[in-house]
Design a protein around this ligand. Sequence first.
Ligand SMILES: Cc1ncc(COP(=O)(O)O)c(C=O)c1O
Length: 383
Amino acid sequence: MQSCYLDNAATSWPKPELVLEAMARYHQELGVAAGRGATRAASEVEATIARCRLRAARLFDAGSSDRIIFTFNGTDSLNLAIHGCLKPGDHVIASTLEHNSVLRPLNELRQRIGIETTFIEPAAQGRVEPARFRDALRPNTKLIALLHASNVTGVVQPIDDVGTIARDAGALMLVDAAQTAGHLPIDVRNSPIDMLACPGHKGLLGPLGTGLLYLRPGIEQHVASVRQGGTGSLSEDDQQPDRLPDKYESGNHNVPGLFGLESALNWLEQHNISERHAHELKLRRRLIDGIASSKSVRLFAAELSDELVVGVVSFVVDGFDPQEMAAILDQDFQIQVRAGLHCAPGAHRSLNTLASGGTIRVSFGPTTTVEEVDRLLDALRQF
Ligand SMILES: Cc1ncc(COP(=O)(O)O)c(C=O)c1O
């Protein structure tokens, strides 16, 4: 039986064929580094990376492509934003739903350089209330960080309302779009987002080892580079270049990864994101409705309108540790899901699943089928 992959929130699979072809072609025919040579192969590599940047800028309506900084994953993008903009004494507001790739940098900086932090609990249905962010503002609030959608429940957060509060207060707004980039339309030009961080390997359908950070024009003055080194530009100068994107992209790029990401973004341009979202929500609805009749499966799925949720569903099966159930699904039914805390302990605290090992998480991609959801439902009926 063919394996059924329902863990797209961790990393998407399968990738579009174009992505595999582009990566293979890079390895077989080019193989050179970016920005470090004048050969024809090097020029093609440069052109592909430039196209990748342009496509990413177009996807998020970022205007100029040099607003897009390439990183190695979502965590790397978030670390650049957080470590780059905070100084001793700064105050940060974030939600308790954040991934450890936000919580841990903030806690590290609190202990190491003395930043202050306030974490806001979600209200009903797993959404934060923007007013709570306003109430938490202090004169030294430098940054508000909020994930766009929870990687445990799929609930979309009010980033525009919270971003407006940040803007009115003169604070920076960082959005973690790890679970929405590629799944939902995102328009940074018309949203009060100063920094948007996302992996390239989840909803954008690129390979592992890719990520990006969007910086609104002017924000680079508030964000220091966190790694310095060779950029292939201005090599006579032993100071880190100020210009974008070089300021933040030291060392060799993940060129094969960016070849893959460029093709993935090309694939996305040829597909409608709203239709993809509708497809993933249809699968979510089928799973939720199918589970509703089960006495042994407990769902953590908010009843929210379509624009407030993405295709991520969490549940537990009575009498089974989530890890044990995930192992059974994998071994006996060839269904791959993710069990545990999903690096988001606060999200599980609010669901009351922290002490019991978290949940089983199912997450969809553009090629997930109704039959795959039905296969999972058939498997769950056995318990
Ligand atoms: C909400 C959220 N933020 C950040 C990350 C980190 O992304 P990456 O795995 O690319 O480092 C993830 C990954 O699971 C996530 O779900």
